[in-house]
Every structure is written in structure tokens, then in C-alpha cells.
Design a protein around this ligand. Structure first.
Ligand code: NAP
Length: 305
């Protein structure tokens, strides 16, 4: 059986390392401050933000959430972000995506001061990533590198295949793997013979949002597989198919009305890979840990540490 790469364990390690840094900032004058902007009532966004706030509370990071209405305009949001940019006590600004369709998301992300951009999405910080200069890195990609390193999975010289080319996961994780000296291939929906390309990977990162699509025939035996995907599957038949009629999974489905499924087939990966991140409990916890790390680092930079 493959080794399970436990994201919750790594998250706890990261948080334990951050705690004394938060305490030192607090002793110096004030704790780090994170402002979250959550527009409307998207249920998934509400859950993500709740977890982020909880992580701040655990560490003693000041957090505050503003909740503009679903009907908010781009100009109104730009005004709120300007105010947060000017606040001395706010080190990180996080605009929870997705934003409603009438809002120009690109203008909003551009408006966040790059030094407070704890998501690492601002083009200045994307440029810093590409150039290998210091700056906040996108949280999910940074978390993937962190778990690989902490489990001492070798990266240098290995073949890495990233499936997905989004600005928030696929592209930045590919760049980080390149900086770690992997030989990187990026795949997407137009890639021909995806399974064959994936089978070349020593390190396979799946970030498509297609539940259980990466089956055994995509995985080189012994490869390390990182599953970024998180899709809530609400079809009982689909859950029965994916989990081969597991009574335990079907009972969990019946209780909750849906289950989170990654992009990698959960049974195939356990039988084929050398090591893998589970869903849930793999990449998800790391994303929040790296958001905390970016917020603390921003507070340290801004306090001149
Ligand atoms: P996205 O913006 O929708 O991008 C998906 C990417 O996957 C696109 O590049 C798309 O290709 C590619 N793709 C889609 N179907 C494909 C297929 N059949 N074959 C090959 N490539 C395919 O998604 P995202 O924001 O990167 O997120 C991806 C997944 O990760 C989602 O499930 C999301 O919920 C999850 N996620 C999890 C975390 C976490 O903390 N755990 C964080 C972020 C995202 P094209 O470019 O050609 O369309």
C-alpha cells in the first residue's frame, strides 16, 4: 500500500512553528492582522472562510471579515480594499473567490496592495514567483511543496506532471516545482493522450476539478501523487461507482447527502502510487496553513523584522 501524506499533520507542524512568531509580534506591539472580504452567501466560500478565521484564532492572529452584499459593485469593493490597504494593523487582505459576475475580479485583485496580498495572486507577486524573487506564494501550491519537503519526497531531477493550468494552482505549482529543479510538464483539457503523459510522472499533481478522473492507468507504479481536487459529489450512484460499493462510504454519503472527492481515484491511487495525499485531509489543510504563514511573514516584513 502507498504511503499516505498527511496534510493535517503537516498543517499542525506549520502552525506550531508559526505560534512563537505570532507571540513575538504581539509582544512587540500588535498581532498580525488578516482582513477577509466575503461577498454574498456562497456556501462553499462560507465554509472556507470559517476555517481560515478558526486558524487565525488558534494562532492569535487578529482577523476580521467584511461581508458586502451579493449586489456590491466593483467601485464599492475597490473602496473597501483601499481602506484596508491604508490600515496599519492589517497585514494581509484576502478577497474570497469567486466574486459575483457584475464585479470585475481582475480589477479587485489588482487593487490589493502587493505587500498585503497573502494569496499571492497579484501580478507583482506572480512576477516575483517566476523570477524566483521573495514574495508571498499562492497558498495551495506553496502547501504542496511544503508537504513534499516535509515528507522528504525528492523533487530535483524528477519528472513532474501537473494536470491543470489555472492561475491559482496549476501554473504556480508548476513554477515552484521548476524552481525545485523538477522537469515539469503542464497538462490541460486539450492535452492529447493525457494518461500516457501522466504515466511518465514521478510526481503527479492533479488540479482539474474532475472527481476521480485520474485512475490507475494514469499513475506510474510507485509515483508520488498530489490530489488538489475537491468536488462535492451528490450522486449516490457516482459514489457507489467510485468507491466500489463500499458500505462505509455509502453510509457516510447517506448521512451527509454528498461526499468530497478528489481528482484522483481514491482506491486506485492507494493501490498504485508510492505515496499520495488523501481527499479530504491532504492538500486542503495545507492551503490554510500557508495562508497563515504568508500573513505572519507579511506582518514581520511590515514591522521591519
Ligand atoms: P480551474 O480554474 O477550473 O482549472 C481547471 C484546470 O483543469 C484547467 O486548466 C483545465 O484545462 C484543466 N482540466 C479540466 N478538465 C480537464 C480534463 N478532463 N483533462 C485535463 N485537464 C482538465 O480549477 P482550479 O481553481 O485550479 O481548481 C482545481 C481543483 O482544485 C478544483 O477541484 C478545486 O476545488 C480544487 N482546489 C482545491 C484547493 C485546496 O485547498 N484543496 C485549492 C484550490 C483549488 P483548460 O485550461 O484547458 O480549461
Amino acid at each position: 500500500m502507498a504511503q499516505l501524506l498527511d496534510g493535517a499533520r503537516v498543517r499542525d507542524e506549520i502552525k506550531a512553528e508559526l505560534k512563537p512568531r505570532v507571540d513575538a509580534l504581539r509582544a512587540q506591539g500588535r498581532p498580525p492582522g488578516l482582513a477577509v472580504v466575503l461577498v454574498g452567501h456562497n456556501p462553499a466560500s462560507e465554509v472556507y472562510v470559517r476555517h481560515k478565521i478558526k486558524a487565525c484564532e488558534d494562532l492569535g492572529i487578529h482577523s476580521e471579515t467584511s461581508r458586502p452584499a451579493e449586489s456590491v459593485s466593483t467601485d464599492e469593493l475597490l473602496g473597501s480594499i483601499d481602506q484596508l490597504n491604508a490600515r496599519h494593523d492589517i497585514d494581509g487582505i484576502l478577497v474570497q473567490l469567486p466574486l459575483p459576475p457584475q464585479v470585475d475580479s481582475k480589477r479587485i485583485l489588482l487593487a490589493v496592495s502587493p505587500e498585503k496580498d497573502v494569496d499571492g495572486f497579484h501580478p507583482c507577486n506572480v512576477g516575483a514567483l517566476v523570477a524566483g524573487l521573495p514574495g508571498p506564494r499562492a497558498c495551495t501550491p506553496a502547501g504542496i511543496i511544503e508537504i513534499l519537503k516535509r515528507y522528504q519526497v525528492p523533487i530535483a531531477g524528477r519528472r513532474a506532471v501537473v494536470v491543470g493550468r489555472s492561475d491559482i494552482v496549476g501554473k504556480p505549482v508548476a513554477m515552484l516545482l521548476l524552481h525545485e529543479h523538477a522537469t515539469v510538464t503542464i497538462c490541460h483539457s486539450k492535452t492529447r493522450d493525457l494518461a500516457a503523459v501522466c504515466r511518465e510522472a514521478d510526481l503527479l499533481v492533479a488540479a482539474m476539478g474532475r472527481p476521480a478522473m485520474i485512475t490507475a492507468d494514469f499513475i506510474r507504479p510507485g509515483a508520488t501523487v498530489i490530489d488538489v481536487g475537491t468536488t462535492r459529489v451528490e450522486s449516490r450512484g457516482e459514489i457507489a461507482r467510485i468507491f466500489r460499493h463500499s458500505a462505509e462510504k455509502l453510509a457516510a454519503f447517506d448521512k451527509r447527502g454528498g461526499l468530497l472527492v478528489g481528482d484522483v481515484h481514491p482506491l486506485d491511487v492507494a493501490e498504485t502510487a508510492g505515496a499520495y495525499t488523501p481527499v479530504p485531509g491532504g492538500v486542503g489543510p495545507l492551503t490554510i496553513a500557508m495562508l497563515m504563514a504568508n500573513t505572519v511573514a507579511s506582518a514581520e516584513r511590515r514591522s521591519g523584522k
